[in-house]
Each structure stands twice: as structure tokens, then as C-alpha cells.
Design a binder for this molecule. Structure first.
Ligand SMILES: N[C@@H](CCC(=O)N[C@@H](CS)C(=O)NCC(=O)O)C(=O)O
Length: 213
């Protein structure tokens, strides 16, 4: 399999964690979204019509969208299962995962921040305020979800699920952007626990072949 990824992309980071947890090896292709490689015609036509990372290529099967990729990997290699099968456990994991992947990530995506700056004329300070605002809203919701339904050292129990796979990259991204996260006690406890796991370490941005300081 081939993975198209950018070291600092949180959605790529999700897929890297899932691959590492499952012990699946891939050929890694760095796509530098800072210089627009994800918008190049051959990438959009040949790899990912969404013009984003990550993308997975398995033979002649091409797939974008990190959650769809992780679901595909879960079907291909169920151990360890990241999306539970029992209906309520599955719904709970998807609820938290979507709070991050659908509510938090899209509003702070590169193309949104670029639009704010390049088209709407937002200053660097306004862009940072936007980013911090949506991080605070989002993690407050995730904290409440963990408070009401979380248990164990991971989001839900004694083993990682898709919820942890989404949480860690989103926290890492927010910390990199200088956000203060100590108020989200449960979020940070899961982050600290998960970030010490070998699969989560292997997936970190600094460990990728396309990493740039
Ligand atoms: N919902 C998609 C989002 C993919 C996405 O937008 N990835 C970001 C990097 S984290 C990207 O490629 N951004 C490029 C841009 O915004 O132009 C997924 O989960 O894969």
C-alpha cells in the first residue's frame, strides 16, 4: 500500500497511527501542502480528487478521507479493532471522533485559514484568534463527552480506538499552534497516555521522512 501524507497534517497523522497500531507497512509519499502539492493536477486526477491529504492506494484502489481510510484498514485487518462492532460502543466512538473530525478540524484547515487571510484580509492575530476560538469550543465539547462517557486510560476503556486516533493529532496540532489546553483535563490525560504508546510515537510528525523543522 502507498500512503500520501504530510508530516504536519493531523488527518494524515490519524492514518499513520492506525497503520502503526495494526502493524501495516506502507510506502510513504510526502505531499507538501504548504507549497500546494495537493492541488497539482496529477495528484488531484490520479490520487485524491478532494485535493487533500491523506490518501491511500491499495493496488488500483485509491481512497481519500482519513476516517474512510481507517474504516477500510479496520475491515482489511480487524486486529486491533479501532471501530467497535457492538452498536452502542461503535456509536460512542464515532460520536467523539466526529466531534473532532467533523466539527473541529474543518474550520481550522489550511484552506480555511488561507481564505481568511488572503481573501478576507484577516491579520495574523485575527487568524490565531479564530484558530484558538474553535479549538476551545471543540475541546470543551470533547471534554464533556469524556466526562459523561469516558472511562479507562484511553477515551473509552483499556485499548485505543478511532476516538484516540482522532484526539492525539488534534491536541498535537493545537499545542503546536500555542493553544492553552490545561483546562481540558480528561482530553490531556488521554493525550499524555496515548502519546507514549509506540504506535502513536511512530506516527508523530517529527518521525516522518518528509519532516521539516
Ligand atoms: N476530511 C478530510 C480532510 C482532509 C484535509 O483537508 N487534510 C488537510 C491536511 S490536515 C489538507 O490536505 N489541507 C489542504 C488544504 O486545506 O488546502 C480527511 O479527514 O481526510
Amino acid at each position: 500500500m502507498q500512503l500520501y501524507s504530510f508530516f504536519n497534517s493531523s488527518t494524515s497523522y490519524r492514518v499513520r497511527i492506525a497503520l502503526a497500531l495494526k502493524g501495516l507497512a506502507v510506502d510513504y509519499h510526502g505531499v507538501n501542502i504548504r507549497i500546494g502539492e495537493h492541488r497539482a493536477d496529477d495528484y488531484v486526477q490520479g490520487i485524491n480528487p478532494s485535493a487533500s491529504v491523506p490518501a491511500l492506494v491499495d493496488g488500483d484502489f485509491r481512497l481519500g478521507q482519513s476516517l474512510a481510510i481507517i474504516d477500510y484498514l479496520d475491515q482489511l485487518q480487524p486486529a486491533p479493532r479501532l471501530i467497535p462492532q457492538e452498536p452502542q460502543a461503535r456509536a460512542r466512538v464515532l460520536e467523539l471522533s466526529h466531534a473532532i473530525a467533523c466539527d473541529m478540524h474543518p474550520v481550522n484547515n489550511l484552506r480555511v485559514l488561507k481564505y481568511l487571510q488572503d481573501v478576507l484580509g484577516a491579520s495574523a492575530a485575527q487568524k490565531s484568534a479564530w484558530y484558538a476560538h474553535w479549538i476551545a469550543e471543540g475541546f470543551a465539547a470533547v471534554e464533556r463527552l469524556l466526562e459523561q462517557h469516558g472511562h479507562g486510560p484511553w477515551c473509552f476503556g483499556e485499548a485505543p480506538t478511532l476516538a484516540d486516533v482522532c484526539l492525539v493529532p488534534q491536541v498535537a496540532n493545537a499545542l503546536r499552534m500555542g493553544c492553552e489546553l490545561s483546562a481540558y483535563r480528561r482530553v490531556m490525560a488521554v493525550y499524555v497516555h496515548a502519546d507514549a504508546h509506540p504506535a502513536f510515537i511512530a506516527a508523530q510528525p517529527t518521525r516522518q521522512t518528509d519532516f521539516q523543522a
